[in-house]
Design a protein around this ligand. Sequence first.
Ligand SMILES: [Zn+2]
Length: 108
Amino acid sequence: MQSLLIHRNDTVKVITGSDRGKTGRVLRVFPDKGTLLVEHVRVVKKTVSSKTGQRTKGGIAEQESPIQISNVTLVCPNCGPSSVGRKREGDMRVRVCKTCGQTLPTKK
Ligand SMILES: [Zn+2]
């Protein structure tokens, strides 16, 4: 399987869809589905009902829903939204920004 160029904790920009132009941190990647969760992007509101007889407050909970990886582009810390490539560095395969050539660290 081809490994993905976008990882958890990367910053991405949405390039298509209703959230186009938004940037956010990648919360989760679903490689099988080719989708990811991005903070504050494609947020759906879920109604939470209060339970009768309990003091739990009902209301609206907000939750991100997955978007296609092809709908986002990685944001290079150096030069902004950019395409990403790979190169070999010693025994490691690292991601590089195709615009400025900077190595993109994988944040854990
Ligand atoms: Zn760059």
